[in-house]
Design a protein around this ligand. Structure first.
Ligand SMILES: *Cc1c(COP(=O)(O)O)cnc(C)c1O
Length: 371
């Protein structure tokens, strides 16, 4: 699905040196690269505070801890997402309130969000799924009217610009809501060589609190004001991310070129719906996801496998039908769009080093299946 080796080979001398420098410095935890990466990412995103942490799931958990939510508080998120989003809500004994997504963009349906609000609702967690932003104008409007926090899950869309309605400027995904949370898992658009994550916020107080919670609830060493967690980005990962951050926009362009190629190849095909770009957002194509119409997805996958083409299903089971998240509130049929997507989406390989002959081979193979 991704080719991290070829990507590494292009920046190998720089990466190797950076990693060796960290080893030789012995500043493995909280070394200078962590602070420098933080500052560089703040600058890139145009956000006041970046707080690095150990992974994207931790980022979401720390965000909800920092906002002081209490057990039983309700947090609204999408039924079509990676499990991490709902997992931390449940872990903190908050109540996940799932809502359906838009059938074209796969992101939170604002009307469904508004309908799900109760007196216990404290936050909305839009997931910028597959590389483009949710409808943040509508979501921020709802949040402002109901005084709710907005935690953006930007694990799949770092670097995407969001263009607000009637506003000539743009903001980076993850810097629009109260807190943005991201992951630097290797295959993410900005990936390190292990685990990593970060939170973003423009709120000074919240920035301090997040930093404290990620560091055992201490702002002064050995004085613990809150119950926190231990969640750090290590120096070696930060050193790697500093290098890869410089390439992030080029990486997005490379992914967009693959998507453009696929889009042309599949245009107007009766069985294939290509990704729909939301007009207010860039699409940085963390995934290139097709919706199949009147087609046997398993057979297509098997056919592609015989041609050594991997294809993945993100995600095969909606959250509300997962064993761990079964809830009498949500029966089968509760979220028709999500359920339909889970049975009809398929993601094709997309990465920064894809050669045109590979794009051609993959798209032709998909087309051959239908012929
Ligand atoms: C990857 C991902 C996460 C979790 O990130 P980890 O670093 O693996 O913990 C959370 N949300 C979404 C949407 C993701 O894609």
């Amino acid at each position: 699905m991704v080719d991290l080796i070829s990507q590494y080979e292009k920046i190998q001398p720089e990466i190797d040196k950076a990693v060796l420098d960290v080893i030789r410095s012995s500043a493995y935890i909280n070394g200078p690269d962590v602070k420098l990466f933080q500052a560089e990412l703040e600058n890139y995103l145009g956000v006041k505070h970046v707080i690095p942490c150990a992974n994207g799931t931790d980022a979401l958990q720390i965000a909800m801890m920092a906002l002081g939510f209490q057990p039983g508080d309700e947090v609204i998120t999408a039924s079509f997402t990676y499990v991490a989003t709902a997992e931390v809500i449940a872990l903190l004994k908050l109540k996940p309130v799932l809502v359906d997504v838009n059938p074209d963009t796969f992101t939170l349906d604002p009307k469904a969000v508004e309908a799900a609000i109760t007196s216990r609702t404290v936050a909305i967690v839009p997931v910028h799924l597959f590389g483009q932003c949710a409808d943040m104008d509508a979501i921020m409007d709802i949040a402002n009217r109901h005084k709710l926090a907005v935690i953006e899950d930007v694990a799949q869309a770092i670097g995407a610009n969001y263009y607000s309605n009637g506003n000539s400027g743009s903001k980076k995904a993850g810097t629009i809501g109260t807190i943005g949370c991201t992951s630097f898992f290797p295959s993410k658009n900005l990936g390190c060589y292990g685990d990593g994550g970060a939170l973003f916020t423009n709120d000074d107080e919240l920035g301090k609190k997040i930093r404290m919670i990620a560091n055992h609830g201490q702002s002064v060493q050995y004085y613990h004001d809150e119950i926190g967690v231990n969640s750090r980005l290590d120096s070696m990962q930060a050193a790697i991310l500093r290098i890869k951050l410089k390439h992030l926009d080029d990486y997005a362009t490379a992914r967009q070129q693959v998507a453009d190629y696929y889009n042309k190849a599949f245009a107007n095909h009766p069985n294939i719906k290509t990704p729909v770009r939301f007009k207010n957002s860039d699409h940085v194509y963390h995934q290139y996801t097709l919706v199949l119409q009147n087609a046997d997805r398993n057979k297509l996958r098997e056919f592609l496998a015989t041609k050594e083409i991997p294809a993945m299903i993100y995600y095969p089971v909606p959250l509300h039908l997962q064993k761990a998240y079964r809830d009498p509130r949500y029966k089968e049929g509760a979220f028709p769009v999500t359920e339909k997507l889970c049975s009809s989406v398929i993601s094709l390989p997309i990465h920064t080093e894809m050669k045109e002959e590979t794009m051609k081979y993959i798209s032709q193979s998909v087309l051959d299946f239908f012929n």
